[in-house]
Structures are given as structure tokens and as C-alpha cells.
Design a binder for this molecule. Structure first.
Ligand code: ADP
Ligand code: MG
Length: 849
């Protein structure tokens, strides 16, 4: 066993854990934490057992990555001369290499949390080691909170060890109320070279140039390249072929989807120089000896969640400055090294210091269900508490899925359905649809749907969309009920052909995701203890999907535009085959915001199912509105689901709006643009004229009420009572209503003070014009005023009218309110002109008498 930097500390670690239950350990990657510390605890337990100090307990190590769990277990087993699965084993999703003798168990993901579900006391477990804690994966945070809770309640003897490569140990040590130990490994300087400007070339070409550069340095050694994922690694591998042949290099991929043998090959020392193309597993989870140069793409696949479904999704993101520093450090383990960053210094400096812990940014639905089932979610203390909004959203979704009780007496407790959902180690949406499928006898196909939803898209073309290409296979234009069922058909076709590569290619499937779906589907079948393959009924399957996505219902507004349950709009992707269905589920969307998102995977539903499944969420209401086209106030009874209208019909009987409401709506429709709208409900011009007369009358007799806009509005509202349409309004004169409201006395006063017409001396009746803020006036031919000495008056004889005197050609020859003065001063001169121009008319010298 070759010595490692951590070795001298091991006796101290063991001793401290004898005295206190908890310990935080910080040491740089490669120090030997993962392979030596758990083993030291194991051997110490064995020694005590041999001394008769009681049976040794099990050691569980929680790793954030499957690859690390697998490699570490294999390494430790090898160092103690055993095969994995004997004393040392590992348990990751889809793989369980443990046996009855296993005492040291490397596990990942939810395996520990789920073990706590079935065995809340962790019987027989002596210590739990949380490795790579600086990664702050959600399972590490949850495990820490749960274990601490257990330790404070019924297992004070349980040992908790937190190990990390970069974590500032203080917060964790304070949380656990314990010491922290630190081991400084030897580190050499690493020279960092940034890109001088942004490189537009494809990533793999940038990688190839960078590898060529570092291989040209004096004394080249092994090169470690950090790339986001398997696909990028494959491309880089191709791009490096030429250089590898020239320089006799060994190009080796290293990521979680490889077989253990392939993973070993990347780590094991080799005769030739190695170029290891790795994901962020090589950041701190595994150490490859002999690396002297690092090429860093600055990218990583990071766990996030689909904004539509909350389902976990990996996406490529820029790594934090802390990660970038960690990556560079991998070049300085054996001697001074170099790190080439494929991004600029400015880019580096703009990055966040750390990636926030997963618990602060991921969907918490699955976690909440697990914790609620143990009834400990409210009792837990957290290193960093989960955000209350995420918890509230999780709780709401769980209620909708039927996983939590809503009855007051047991509100929030996990229901029988919720317990059944927990059997499936997946997002509760998927658990729910599988439980429904068990009941409906369509379980086998439902496991395929579940796997398709949980894993990456199997369709090769689905991703071409993001590369700019158009989605959909050529000729794939048929309209379908469900994109997901269409994917199921493709998967079944591939399965029937035993996943032969050429068949996968022919039907447009991507091998990696297809295998992942196959694995997940098989695992789910195992959990459901299903033996036969029941090809399910598609309608039943679509119903099952609804039970998992009751809050993702959408109604087609037009074309590809959808109205979403709960509000908001979305677009259906062009590649979606669900082209007709008016009602559908938005199963998977793109990563943009919810209200403008694009739905990539949809599945039709029947609106009746919403009534059948969620009767308690259907809201029946009557909506009364003024309908422009019919010019009527109409009452519509509607049934809505989360704001989406399921059914509408004209309301009848008591459901109809009452008169006051209808009147208000009708009045509102007329008066929306102001008082002018009223004119339409009296003979042309009559209302305006009458209002002006009433206002004039009031200038003479202030006791007359003011007929202003507010008065008219009030009268109109009353006028609308009992009426529901413009047609009905027109049947009665609004002017009569105004006069009725003023009462007969005032109305008569107005008629008297502001008469409509006046009769001139020679018998001609002339209309009086009333205008706001002006003296009323009349206009008539000059001759009509012959015989009138004084100006005619209104306002009960108090207000002389303004008189427009017209020549025979209807042109005004004078405007005056002093007829007497006119006859005297102006008429004599005017008379001469008029007699010349209109000799046939009579122009007496003294016309007033
Ligand atoms: P740490 O957890 O502190 O990062 P590890 O315990 O994983 O360190 O590894 C310590 C050292 O053991 C590594 O630097 C490497 O030299 C060696 N080692 C660990 N695992 C393997 C393996 N699977 N194959 C070869 N060497 C390994
Ligand atoms: Mg480690």
C-alpha cells in the first residue's frame, strides 16, 4: 500500500472519533480521504471486535457521484486484497455490488435517504461519511440534516464524518459541534493561461489546439481535459485522433456512463502519455497521478430542473471560480504544471465565486415527500435551510398529486397513494403516474413513459433543434395524440430490434439516452414486480399522465398557442406531433421562462377527465358581460379548471345576473367613453340641446337642479334598470327620463325660461340656439324684425337674445342684442345699400313702428 498524505493523520482521526461523535476533515484532492479514512474506521472496528468490545458496525460513505463510489470501492477492496462486494461494496442506481459480508458501503444519491425511510434508526451502522461535501449536492445536505437529527434523538452513538476538498470547514464543524482537521497536501505552482479572446470555433477544435500546445512544452506529461459531458468528450476524442497518432498519445475518456473497466483504464498509469477527457468527476472525486497539464473548457453539466415539470435535468453551465481553481490545481500534484483555460480572464473574473448549494436551487418535491413520510421535515436543522418558496411549491404539488392529506385532522400527512409513490425513486410526478398505472393495468408501458420522462430525450433530432436544425424525422408529419406515446413506439421498436445500432439510426434514436431509458424502465418493472409485458391501452396511459401533471394542463387557443392552467401562455414546439387536440398536457418545456416557454413534449387529454379526476378543483361560475356584437348584457355560466374554461352556456334562471348588475354593465358599455354616448338614446341632438336649455334656465333661476354629467349618469343608470340591451334602451326616450327625474315643476320652469322657439312680430317662429356659457341667440332675415322696437327676450323677460340680422342672401348684416340702437344708428346707412342691391324688397324708413 503506497503512502498517501493523509496516512499520518489516520490514528488521530480514529482517536478523535472515539472521543466525540463528529468530525470534519479537510484535505486537498488526492490526499487519500476517500480511500483511506473509511478503511481506517473499518479496521479500527474490526480490531475492537477482535478484542471483544462488541460487534463492529457498518460504515456508509455517501459519494456525490456514481463513478467515485464505484472506483473508490474497487480501489479499497483491491488494497485489502478482496473483490468488490465482499467486505467493501458499493450501491448506486442500477447497480448493487454488496453482499452479506459487506461492512464498508459506498453509496450515492438518494440511497442513504431512502434507507432511512425503511430503517429510520440505521441499525448496525456505526458511522456515516459524507464525502466530497464541498460539492453541496442535495443528498449530502439532506443526509447531514437527517443524520444530525437521528444523532440528537435516538442514535447519539452514531458517528458523522464530513470530508471535503475545498470546503471552508468552519460552518460544517459549527453545525456538528465538533473539531475540524486539516491536512495540507503538497502542491506545486500551476501556471494559468487564459484565452486572449473568445474563440468561435467548436469546442473540440479548441481542445485539440490546446492539447497540441501543451504537448509541445518541454517535458510534457499526462494531460487532463475538462469537458461538460459524454457527447463533448466523444467529439474531442475524434478531433484529437490526428494529434494522438502523430505523438503516440493515449486518448482516454472518463465519465460516469463508461464501464468500470474503461474508467479504470483512464486512471491507471500507462506506458504512453495520456490525454484524459473527463467530466467534472476529475475535479476532486478521482485523482489521476501523473497529470502535469490541464485544459479547462470552463463548462460542466450541472443538475437543474425542468421549469415545466420540476423534473431533474442536466444542463451545461459555466463552472464557478472555485471549480476552475480546483481544476487548475490538478496539474500541480507531482511537479509544477500548466493549465490552459479555453476562456478569457475577464470571463473567469465575472463568474460567481461558488455555485450555490443544490438545496437552494433545485425542485424539492421528491425530498419533501421523503421527509414528510418520516415525519421529520419540520424537526430538521439545516446547514443551509431549503428556501421556503421551494418548500411551499413542493407541498402544493404534493397535495395536487394526492400524496398529502388535506383533511384538517391529518393535513399534510402522507396519504396511502403518497406511500405507494415513494416506492419509485423518482420525482413524485412520475411516482404518481406509475401508481395510477398499477391500478389501471397499464404498468409496463407506463414504466416506459416514466423512463422517457426521467431520462434525456431519446430522439436524435430532438436535440438537433438546439443546434439550429429542425426537429422531427423526415416524413414524420402525422398528427398524434401524444408525443410521449410516439416516443414509446420508437422505443418499443428499438427494443424489439434488440437496440441494434443500425435500427436505432434508422428510426432516429440516440443510443446513450435509449440505453438509459431501457435501464430505468427495467428497474421500474423490478420495483413494480412486473413480469409480463402488457402492452397498455393508450387512453388509459394518457389518463395516467394526467395524474402526474394535473397542474400542467393546457388548452389550445389557436394554432400552436396554448393557455396554461393557472395562467400564462406557451407555444407548442413545431416538432410536436400533437397538432389538433384542444386539450393537452405540457409534459416538458424548454428552459426559458414559464410564461413564454415552448412545449416540446405534449400529450392530449379529454376535458371530461378533468371533471372525472378533479371534480373538487372545477369552479362553476356565472360571468355577466356586455357583448358588443349583440349589444346585450349576457350571463354565461362557465366551468373552469385552474382558470381554463371547460364549458360555457347562457345562464338561465337564478344563475342569471340580477338587474342591478346588468344595468351597471349596460350603463358602463354606453358611458365607457364618456357622457357623449348617451346621445344615441334620444332623438338626434335633442338631449344636448335640452341640457343646454336647462343650464341656461338655471342661470336665471338657481333653484333649478344642475343637469351635469354626474346627474345624467345617475339618471341613465336608473334608466338601464330592467333593461339588458341597446334595443330595449331605445324603446323608451332617455330625455323623458331626465325630465321625469327633474320633476314637472322644474321641467315646466325650464320650458318657460328657456323656450325652444320665439315668435317674431310679423308672425315668424324662430328657433332659439342655446350654447354653453353664451347668451342664447336667434337668426332671421332683417325684414322679420320689422315692427319690433326692442330686442326679444328669454329667461322670463330678463335676458335679451343675441340677434343675427340676415340680408336676403342669408348673410348676417349685423349681430346685436340692442335692436333699438340698431334701428337708430346703423339701419339708415344700411337701408341705402340694401335698397340698391335688393330694389324689389321694401326697405321702409322707420321699420320698427
Ligand atoms: P481523496 O479522496 O483525498 O481525493 P483518494 O483517496 O481518492 O483521495 O485517492 C488518493 C490517491 O490514491 C490518489 O492520488 C491516487 O494516487 C490513488 N488512487 C485512488 N484511487 C485509485 C484508483 N482507482 N486507481 C489508482 N489509483 C488510485
Ligand atoms: Mg475523494
Amino acid at each position: 500500500m503506497h503512502p498517501l498524505p493523509i496516512d499520518p493523520l489516520l490514528p488521530e482521526i480514529v482517536r478523535r472519533l472515539e472521543r466525540a461523535p463528529n468530525l470534519v476533515l479537510e484535505a486537498p484532492p488526492g490526499a487519500g480521504k476517500t480511500t483511506r479514512v473509511p478503511r481506517a474506521l473499518l479496521e479500527h472496528g474490526a480490531a475492537k471486535e477482535a478484542n471483544g468490545e462488541g460487534a463492529r458496525g457498518e460504515i456508509i460513505v455517501l459519494e456525490p457521484r456514481r463513478l467515485a463510489a464505484r472506483l473508490s470501492a474497487r480501489r479499497v477492496a483491491e488494497e485489502i486484497g478482496e473483490a468488490p462486494g465482499e467486505t467493501v461494496g458499493y450501491q448506486v442506481r442500477f447497480e448493487d455490488v454488496t453482499g452479506p459480508k459487506t461492512r464498508l458501503r459506498f453509496v450515492t444519491e438518494a440511497i442513504l435517504t431512502r434507507r432511512l425511510l425503511g430503517d429510520p434508526q440505521l441499525k448496525g451502522v456505526h458511522a456515516v461519511v459524507l464525502d466530497e461535501f464541498h460539492e453541496r449536492h442535495i443528498h449530502g445536505d439532506v443526509a447531514l440534516a437527517c443524520l444530525r437529527h437521528l444523532q440528537r434523538t435516538s442514535r447519539p452513538d452514531l458517528r458523522i464524518v464530513v470530508m471535503s476538498a475545498t470546503l471552508d470547514a468552519e460552518p460544517a464543524a459549527r453545525f456538528l459541534g465538533c473539531d475540524s482537521l486539516r491536512s495540507e497536501g503538497r502542491r506545486f505552482d500551476v501556471r494559468i493561461e487564459h484565452a486572449t479572446k473568445e474563440d468561435e470555433r467548436p469546442l473540440e477544435l479548441q481542445v485539440a489546439s490546446a492539447v497540441r500546445t501543451v504537448m509541445s512544452l518541454p517535458e510534457p506529461g499526462d494531460v487532463l481535459v475538462f469537458l461538460p459531458g459524454a457527447r463533448e468528450i466523444r467529439r474531442a476524442q475524434e478531433a484529437l485522433e490526428k494529434l494522438a497518432a502523430e505523438r503516440d498519445l493515449l486518448v482516454l475518456p472518463l465519465h460516469g456512463d463508461l464501464s468500470p473497466a474503461e474508467q479504470d483504464r483512464a486512471i491507471r498509469p500507462a506506458e504512453r502519455h495520456k490525454v484524459i477527457l473527463a467530466t467534472n468527476v476529475a475535479e476532486s472525486s478521482v485523482t489521476i497521478d501523473g497529470v502535469v497539464a490541464v485544459v479547462d473548457s470552463g463548462l460542466a453539466r450541472v443538475m437543474g430542473h425542468d421549469p415545466w415539470s420540476g423534473l431533474p435535468r442536466l444542463r451545461v453551465e459555466k463552472v464557478s471560480r472555485a471549480s476552475a481553481t480546483q481544476r487548475a490545481g490538478r496539474a500541480g500534484r507531482t511537479r509544477p504544471g500548466v493549465c490552459v483555460r479555453l476562456y478569457t480572464k475577464m470571463d473567469f473574473e465575472r463568474r460567481p465565486e461558488h455555485q450555490p448549494p443544490e438545496i437552494a436551487r433545485l425542485d424539492l418535491t421528491e425530498l419533501l415527500l421523503e421527509l414528510r413520510a418520516q415525519k421529520i421535515d419540520r424537526a430538521l436543522e439545516w446547514l443551509d435551510p431549503p428556501p421556503p418558496v421551494s418548500l411551499a411549491a413542493a407541498e402544493e404539488l404534493l397535495v395536487r398529486l394526492g400524496a398529502l392529506e388535506t383533511e384538517a385532522s391529518s393535513a399534510g400527512e402522507v396519504t396511502a397513494i403518497g406511500r405507494r409513490m415513494l416506492r419509485y425513486p423518482l420525482h413524485p410526478r412520475i411516482g404518481r403516474l406509475l401508481v395510477e398505472a398499477e391500478d389501471r393495468g397499464v404498468f409496463d408501458d407506463a414504466t416506459v413513459l416514466a423512463a422517457l420522462l426521467a431520462e434525456r430525450d431519446i430522439r436524435a433530432s430532438a436535440r438537433a433543434q438546439f443546434g439550429g436544425g429542425r426537429g422531427g424525422r423526415p416524413g414524420d408529419v402525422a398528427t398524434e395524440d401524444s408525443d410521449l406515446l410516439q416516443m414509446r413506439d420508437l422505443f418499443r421498436e428499438a427494443q424489439d430490434a434488440r437496440f441494434t445500432p443500425h435500427v436505432l439510426r434508422a428510426i432516429g434514436l440516440d443510443a446513450g439516452p435509449t440505453f438509459a431509458v431501457d435501464r430505468a424502465h427495467k428497474q421500474l418493472r423490478r420495483i413494480g414486480r412486473l413480469r409480463d409485458r402488457d402492452r397498455g391501452d393508450d387512453t388509459e396511459l394518457r389518463k395516467c399522465l394526467l395524474t402526474g401533471y394535473p397542474d400542467r394542463v393546457a388548452r389550445r387557443v389557436r394554432g400552436r398557442t396554448l393557455a396554461m392552467a393557472g395562467g400564462g401562455r406557451a407555444e407548442l414546439a413545431e416538432s410536436s406531433a400533437v397538432r389538433d387536440a384542444p386539450w393537452l398536457l405540457a409534459l416538458d418545456g424548454d428552459e426559458s421562462r414559464r410564461d413564454v416557454g415552448t412545449i416540446r413534449i405534449a400529450s392530449a387529454i379529454e376535458p371530461e377527465w378533468l371533471i372525472e379526476f378533479y371534480a373538487d378543483r372545477i369552479v362553476e361560475s356565472t360571468r355577466t358581460t356586455f357583448v358588443r356584437t349583440s349589444q346585450r348584457v349576457e350571463s354565461i355560466s362557465s366551468m373552469t379548471y385552474d382558470g381554463l374554461v371547460l364549458d360555457e352556456s347562457p345562464a338561465a334562471g337564478t344563475a342569471r345576473a340580477d338587474d342591478a348588475e346588468a344595468a351597471a354593465l349596460l350603463a358602463e358599455a354606453v358611458l365607457a367613453d364618456g357622457i357623449a354616448g348617451l346621445a344615441a338614446f334620444a332623438p338626434e341632438g335633442a338631449l344636448e340641446e335640452w341640457v343646454l336649455r336647462a343650464r341656461f334656465a338655471r342661470t336665471v333661476d338657481p333653484s333649478i337642479p344642475l343637469v351635469d354629467d354626474a346627474f345624467l349618469r345617475a339618471v341613465f343608470l336608473e334608466h338601464c334598470m330592467g333593461r339588458r340591451s341597446f334595443a330595449e334602451l331605445r324603446e323608451a326616450s332617455f330625455l323623458d327620463a331626465v325630465q321625469a327625474r327633474l320633476g314637472s315643476v322644474f321641467t315646466a320652469r325650464i320650458f318657460a325660461l328657456a323656450p325652444e322657439r320665439i315668435t317674431l312680430a310679423r308672425g315668424r317662429s324662430v328657433k332659439i340656439r342655446y350654447e354653453a356659457e353664451k347668451t342664447p341667440h336667434i337668426a332671421s332675415r332683417l325684414q322679420d324684425f320689422f315692427g319690433m322696437k326692442e330686442t326679444p327676450k328669454v329667461g322670463g323677460g330678463k335676458v335679451p337674445l343675441v340677434v343675427h340680422l340676415l340680408a336676403p342672401n342669408q348673410r348676417a348684416v349685423q349681430v346685436t342684442s340692442d335692436l333699438e340702437g340698431f334701428w337708430e344708428r346703423h339701419y339708415p346707412a344700411l337701408r341705402k345699400q340694401l335698397s340698391r342691391r335688393y330694389p324689389k324688397h321694401a326697405w321702409p324708413e322707420r321699420p320698427e313702428s
